[in-house]
Write a protein that binds this ligand. Structure first.
Ligand SMILES: [Zn+2]
Ligand SMILES: [Zn+2]
Length: 292
């Protein structure tokens, strides 16, 4: 960790794309790897949010750095775009550091058989020791998980199957929240959905950094009701409602080219300006590093 920076967390994005890897010249600025976010706490503990294809390059960097800090992987859920990179996370092939994984999706099914399937034939060749080196933990939904001086809390997202919104706190309170796949469904005025949004807004109250699903444009929402994703303007509306300090648009649609993502950011910023808010908005790109 660079010295001299007064920070609570350093957040680095290794994969920002949703749904399916989408490399190529049209996505070169924001990146084509699927979700993976590195979070370093002030006590140097290492939390990794999701194991999409971005985790491969993170693993290579960790091997180059050579420190032995345990890697704690927190999955938001088990959809393929969030776990595709796990088998290529280099620390799993090394004895140098402990690697643990848990999933915040709240599903009753244990995580161990799921992870074993990912790391075994026919999905993956037999590699000696790789499964043994990975500590797999089930996560009791009502409890926070502690890593060093940080605590990771979960909240049930609206997403097919089950998925989590994760919030990382330290002694000063909430620092960042991660909601990669979450259907805010502002067009749905039913009592249950409205009540869920109130609870979610409360869960995210005053969070300094909110990383949120921005898969769609508003114009695309009517055709994707129930698909489990939000528009960037819905994410902006939530960030304004909860008093976030910064909104990072995330989980970019695989068909969205770089210029289109830029336009989405401009639309969000216009919404913030119209609201008279100081909220900062940007779209996550591979390599982006921010502090909380
Ligand atoms: Zn996803
Ligand atoms: Zn998903």
């Amino acid at each position: 960790m660079p010295s001299g920076i007064p920070l609570r967390f350093r957040i680095r994005f290794w994969g920002t794309r949703g749904t399916c890897p989408s490399p190529g010249p049209r996505t070169i600025r924001y990146g084509g790897n699927t979700p993976c976010v590195e979070v370093r706490a002030a006590d140097d503990s290492l939390l990794i949010l999701d194991a999409g294809t971005g985790i491969r390059a993170l693993g290579a960097q960790l091997m180059r750095d050579g420190d032995s800090e345990p890697a704690r992987i927190f999955l938001s859920h088990r959809h393929s775009d969030h776990v595709l990179g796990l088998s290529h996370f280099a620390p799993l092939l090394s004895q140098a550091r402990a690697v643990d994984i848990c999933c915040g999706d709240g599903a009753s099914a244990s995580l161990r058989p799921f992870v074993d399937a990912l790391l075994s034939p026919p999905m993956f060749p037999t590699v000696d020791g790789i499964r043994r080196r990975l500590g797999v933990h089930d996560w009791e939904p009502a409890t926070a998980r502690a890593v060093g001086t940080s605590h990771v809390h979960r909240f049930a997202a609206q997403h097919p199957g089950e998925a989590a919104v994760l919030r990382i706190d330290d002694a000063h309170g909430p620092a960042l929240a991660y909601a990669p796949d979450n259907e805010l469904a502002y067009a749905d005025a039913t009592e249950a959905t409205a009540a869920w949004r109130v609870q979610l807004t409360s869960f995210l109250r005053d969070v300094p950094v909110l990383i949120h699903d921005a898969t769609y444009l508003d114009s695309e929402l009517p055709k994707h009701v129930g698909w489990g994703h939000s528009s960037q303007l819905e994410a902006t509306r939530l960030a304004l409602a909860c008093g976030a300090g910064m909104l990072v648009l995330f989980h970019h649609h695989p068909d969205r080219d770089d210029d289109a993502v830029e336009r989405m950011v401009q639309e969000s910023r216009a919404m913030v300006t119209a609201a008279g808010s100081a909220l900062r908005v940007l779209a996550a790109w591979e390599g982006l590093t921010i502090t909380a």
